[in-house]
Design a protein around this ligand. Sequence first.
Ligand SMILES: Nc1ncnc2c1ncn2[C@@H]1O[C@H](COP(=O)(O)OP(=O)(O)O)[C@@H](O)[C@H]1O
Ligand SMILES: [Mg+2]
Length: 261
Amino acid sequence: MANTTIQAQVAPAIGTDGSTIDPASVILDVQGLYVGYYEDLNILQGVDIKAQRAKITTILGANGVGKSTLLKAIYGFLKPNRGKVILEGRNVVGTPTYKLIDRGLAYIPQHPGIFRWMTIEENLEMGAYTFRGDKARIKRKMEEVYERFPALKERRKSLAGKLSGGQQRMVEVGRTLMTDPKVMLVDEPTAGLAKLLSEEVYQHLVNLKEAGITILLVDQEIRQALKIADYVYVLELGRNRYEGPVDQFTDPQDLKKAFWA
Ligand SMILES: Nc1ncnc2c1ncn2[C@@H]1O[C@H](COP(=O)(O)OP(=O)(O)O)[C@@H](O)[C@H]1O
Ligand SMILES: [Mg+2]
């Protein structure tokens, strides 16, 4: 567990509610979230997370602390027992996922979920399911995705299952971009990818941020995740352990010792 030297190196954020985040910049605000897979067993026990507009907020934590559970709860796949998920000022707890997509949420799960037996183009069309009748909009969005990922355009008639791991990730990101997300929930996007491909995926996340998309990134790749993060949270067994702007997390090795021990 954390020792005091390391805690001192990672100085606490200061503010009225314990954080330095400007409230006006917050687009997604998770407050006091209790959620689990069984009624009487909360995996998350009062987690607070704020995602700032057009920034990358990274959530770190050891395997099993509840990072994926948090993203599933935000996306409406799990119903919290307590707490709020405030998206652009409105509590969206209980809102069905398809409506959250309309409100600007997108989710890229930990395990890639592309349709392997469909072409790239068909996968992108699936991303447009909520506006499937609007051919002009689908075409427009698809062109935008191809502009961002030219490699996908070249291979648009290929079966998605035949692509490399990195390209499959791009199909997933592309599919979520079809709905014009404001906030993307991204769960360990480079798990199982080679280093070079990982770097490419992280670069795409930075590009998306620069295009104005808010990213809430869950990761175990501490070093890489810290390189692109603006603000960092560390979870420990269903609770907030630490938070602060990324420049407070200077040495990933220290973090690792402190929180993965
Ligand atoms: N579908 C599920 N049913 C029951 N328990 C689950 C399920 N998914 C995850 N858990 C449990 O919830 C805890 C947190 O899991 P998870 O959110 O996946 O952690 P992380 O993403 O931080 O590794 C773990 O103890 C895990 O075993
Ligand atoms: Mg996980």
